[in-house]
Design a protein around this ligand. Structure first.
Ligand code: ARG
Length: 477
């Protein structure tokens, strides 16, 4: 095998050393993107008058064919050299022209960015699908539910309100994905190894030809920055965290019997036939830890590096691809799983009453009705709860009793009973963003609007990219 890199100077590299330093596995994902980058580069060379029109045209046609695939071989170190070898075997020595004014350092950074931005867009589409499912479920789940703090029944909410809390959080992660898209969508091409070159290439042209927003200006930064990958994995980790927290909730709600999932998302035990285990949720929770590890790995690899390109950077790339590979099915699973949520309303209503989740409603009622400091009202209800635990009388009756000893005004026992009714409590809540169905309705419409905008943004970015790739192989210079 002729080694186009080591030429006549170096003896062959140790085979195991070659294997461990080769990036061919992670490069599979960017094979096409490397071809696009080379096409843009050939055009830039031609535009600068650095290669003959005939050669440029022949190289472009040959590159177009490379889109069908080329032989990857670790003995060439990576896909960049594999492509050059392949091209050489097809068009001969003229393939060597593509090396003028570029290095693998700017080429790899550019190719990874091209691939990552597309995967960011397709992940964003999956997230939009998840949000749409969440809205669908929210619309039909306005019934009473148990809001928890410290994993104990706390105050009445609705399932809709619970789901929308994650939808709102995931919408912020969509902003993180869009930020990652911005830091990704800039072009290193032309930076060459680190210091640009003596070749008069138009970096703005290559950036534009590949549908980037702009070049990464500083040539050292262009080849050495991988913050875009870290931004991406961070956004993905935050998304995974939300899926994990949601999964934990589902596991607990199932364990308490408030909720059940469709059979398609539970497994049973090989020994205990009664079991309905929320195994999908458990796996989503565990997988989110893998993603956080990938984030941590990437930050650590990046942190130690000196100026410009070091081969360490190559180890960040497979983490970026794995992050995408892990998160997409997670998002899709959550999206399908929540559609099958069923509630045990009878148990929820009973628990809501038995666990006194409206005690704070009664305290708020007393404080407002009798213009009493909330702390005093809180103590009155607390004292009544203690009495109830001892005398087993209804809480409303005990509250009236304690209250009668503290205020002169007349006491309306019915109002107190009403304030304690969990169903009414949902409708009594007036806070913006609270569990009142009107508020959920507003949140649903608001998120719907944002989803429309998001889908339009993804479609327009995809179109821009598609158009640029179409033009790349046209012989219009
Ligand atoms: N395979 C490398 C990567 O994936 C690119 C090659 C850079 N190699 C070099 N010796 N400068 O980042």
């Amino acid at each position: 095998m002729v080694d186009i890199l080591r030429g006549k100077r170096l003896n062959p590299m140790d085979d195991k050393a070659l294997k461990i330093t080769s990036s061919v596995d992670a490069d599979r994902r960017i094979m096409k993107k490397i071809v696009y980058v080379n096409a843009a580069h050939v055009k830039a060379l031609k535009r600068a008058g650095l290669i003959e029109p005939g050669i440029a045209s022949e190289l472009l046609s040959a590159l177009d064919k490379e889109l069908d695939g080329y032989n990857l071989d670790y003995r060439y170190e990576d896909a960049h050299m594999s492509l050059e070898e392949d091209l050489k075997s097809k068009v001969g020595e003229m393939a060597g022209f593509i090396g003028l004014g570029k290095s693998r350092n700017d080429q790899v950074a550019t190719s990874i960015r091209l691939e990552a931005r597309e995967e960011l867009l397709s992940l964003t589409k999956s997230v939009a699908g998840l949000l749409a499912s969440m809205l669908e479920v929210s619309k039909s789940q306005g019934a009473l539910f148990i809001g928890m703090t410290h994993l104990q029944p706390a105050q009445p909410i609705t399932v809709s309100h619970w789901i929308l809390n994650y939808a709102e959080s995931i919408l912020r992660t969509v902003e993180r994905l869009k930020l990652a898209y911005r830091t990704t969508n800039i072009s290193p091409m032309g930076a060459a190894a680190l210091a640009g070159s003596t070749v008069p290439l138009d970096r703005l042209y290559t950036s534009h030809a590949l549908a980037f927003d702009a070049p990464v200006e500083n040539t050292i930064d262009a080849v050495s920055s991988r913050d875009f990958a870290i931004d991406t994995i961070y956004a993905i980790s935050m998304l995974a965290s939300d899926l994990s927290r949601m999964s934990s909730d589902i596991i607990v709600y199932m364990s308490l019997g408030y909720m059940d999932l469709d059979d398609r998302f539970v497994s049973t035990s090989s020994l205990m036939p009664q079991k309905r285990n929320a195994v999908v949720a458990e796996i989503l929770r565990a997988k989110s830890a893998n993603l956080v590890s990938m984030l941590f790995n990437s930050i650590e690899i990046n942190r130690t590096l000196n100026t410009s390109y070091n081969l360490d950077l190559q180890e960040i790339t497979p983490r970026l691809w794995s992050a995408f590979d892990e998160i997409v099915p997670m998002v899709e699973e959550m999206s399908s799983m929540i559609k099958g949520i069923r509630l045990n309303e009878e148990l929820i209503n009973r628990t809501a009453k038995d666990s006194l989740i409206t005690a704070s409603d009664a305290a708020e009622y007393i404080s407002m009705k009798y213009s009493m400091p909330f702390r005093d009202a809180h103590h009155i209800v607390g004292e009544a709860i203690r009495k109830t635990e001892n005398n087993r009388l209804p809480l409303a009756q005990n509250i009236s009793g304690v209250l009668a000893g503290k205020v002169n005004a007349s006491i309306n026992q019915q109002d107190i009973e009403d304030s304690l009714d969990p169903q009414r409590s949902i409708f009594n809540r007036v806070t913006l963003g609270g569990p009142h169905p009107d508020q959920s309705g507003k949140m649903i419409s608001n998120i719907n609007l944002q989803l429309d905008k998001l889908n339009a943004w993804v479609a327009s970015e995809e179109k821009k990219i598609e158009k640029a790739y179409e033009l790349l192989f046209s012989k219009e210079w």
